[in-house]
Design a protein around this ligand. Structure first.
Ligand code: AMP
Length: 441
């Protein structure tokens, strides 16, 4: 956690109760983003905070909101939107740890949990609502009585704003902001690991800009684009059909066998194949992706946090903003198409000045993607040479390939992915096209 000055949280304008609550979480010295943003938010500015993951951005917005709320607690004062359920739950944890002593109530509104109890929770007028845009938009449509509660809102926070401002979220986000007071009657706080053009443009948009000028904290330096300095980025160039065996070997060689690791993949199906294969090879593994029901997703993350599982297989649903402090190794089993996703993935390690390593498994199909990533990051990756072809062939190729075959057979039996295929088919039929085309995938 980098901190530039000797200022304390009290110097930034926080009351003793809040400083005490922070101290009880072992948070004693403000990080850069906290020093920069807390006084500005308290003074009423809108704010765009560029901060790498693990920089303390949640507290940079939560602390001033709680400070103001404690002085004048009323109905729904703040709405915090984030792109994923897990991130929302994590923000809620920090808010609850900080605000409970002052009786500050929050409600969580995310998909995968009971929508009726969420509507009821909103009618109980919590002070802070932490939501994903999709579920809040659903609630606005299905329970218009909740809308009234948001009329006096003062803070709108968009966490991982770069992601929230992509077209996939646009309709839901519009629905959510349509029930809030206009931008000049509230404060809008945007936090993002990568300052994309969509984020910067917001600075000049009348529906975002407050009466006071927008305060922009660009983060450490635009060229280092949120890659921690303590991260060593490696790659391994291999044919695609032996990736599983290499992955198993990387995870189990003596220098890595005790490390907690996240393995990122691009598809839910790959995540499931790897989860089952590695489990058969007796690696303590769990998974996080959108085909897993919400309760199990939370359990998976809990098991990984508690170190009951050493390896987490995840799609990009897990790559954003999740606070999993013990990860020492990130492996990109698939290379993401979007360089920003790479930045978010590798940002899971080397947090808070710890050392960390990322290993990207590069195949003949990924060369362009790697070049785009290196350009975006401004740095070349180094070759990972701890695992050799001889070692993989001698020690794991055959066993891993048998385990993978068994995993695929299990998935066939469990009918993995059928629900999603059925959903896709329904959507196609509803859209009036292509309903009868047969697909084997
Ligand atoms: P975030 O960037 O909000 O995901 O925070 C990452 C982690 O850093 C969380 O576990 C926080 O509790 C912790 N943290 C936040 N601010 C500080 C600070 N000033 N000093 C030490 N740890 C912090």
């Amino acid at each position: 956690m980098s901190s530039a000055s000797n200022r304390t949280f009290s110097d930034l304008g926080l009351s003793k109760w809040l400083v005490d609550a922070l101290t009880s979480m072992a948070i004693r010295k403000p990080s850069n983003i906290q020093s920069a943003c807390i006084p500005k938010i308290l003074a009423g500015h809108d704010c765009i905070g560029g901060a790498r993951t693990g920089s303390g951005k949640t507290i940079a917005f939560a602390a001033p909101i709680l400070e103001k709320l404690s002085r004048d607690p009323y109905g729904i004062c703040a709405l915090i939107l984030s792109p994923t359920r897990e991130l929302s739950l994590q923000i809620a944890e920090q808010i609850s740890a900080l605000g409970t002593s002052m009786g500050i109530k929050h409600a969580i509104v995310v998909g995968g949990m009971d929508i009726i109890s969420q509507a009821l929770a909103l009618q109980n007028r919590p002070h802070i609502v932490i939501a994903t845009p999709g579920r809040l938009a659903d609630l606005i449509r299905s329970s218009p009585e909740i809308v009234e509660g948001f009329r006096r809102l003062h803070y709108l926070v968009l966490d991982e704003a770069d992601r929230l401002l992509t077209p996939g979220f646009a309709d839901d986000l519009d629905e959510c902001t349509s029930i809030l007071p206009p931008a000049d009657k509230r404060q809008t706080l945007l936090f993002t690991a990568t300052i994309t053009p969509a984020v910067t443009q917001l600075k000049d948009r009348p529906d975002v800009s407050n009466r006071l000028p927008v305060f922009m904290h660009a983060g450490p330096s635009a060229s280092s684009i949120a890659i921690p300095a303590t991260l060593s980025q490696k790659y391994l160039f291999i044919p695609s059909h032996v990736r599983e065996a290499y992955l198993y070997t990387i995870l189990t060689i003596s220098e890595n066998e005790k490390k907690s690791a996240i393995v990122f993949v691009n598809r839910t199906r790959t995540a499931e194949v790897l989860r089952q294969t590695l489990r058969l090879m007796e690696v303590r593994v769990t998974a996080l992706h959108s085909e897993i029901p919400q309760r199990e997703r939370t359990d998976s993350l809990g098991r990984f946090r508690a170190e009951a599982a050493r390896v987490l297989i995840a799609t990009d649903v897990a790559s954003r903003g999740l606070d999993i402090p013990t990860v020492e190794l990130v492996i990109n089993f698939d290379i993401p198409a979007d360089p920003d996703d790479y930045i978010h993935r590798v940002g899971r390690t080397a947090r808070a000045r710890r050392q960390g390593e990322s290993i990207s498994i590069v195949t003949e199909n990924d060369v362009e993607r790697i070049q785009a990533i290196e350009e975006r990051v401004g740095k070349k990756m180094e070759i990972y040479d701890a695992v050799t072809e001889t070692k993989v062939i001698a020690e794991s190729l055959q066993q891993v390939s048998n385990a993978r075959r068994e995993a695929l057979m299990n998935m066939e039996k469990e009918k993995f992915g059928e629900k999603r295929n059925a959903r896709k088919k329904r959507a196609l039929l509803e859209a009036g096209g292509g309903g009868h085309r047969k697909s084997r995938r």
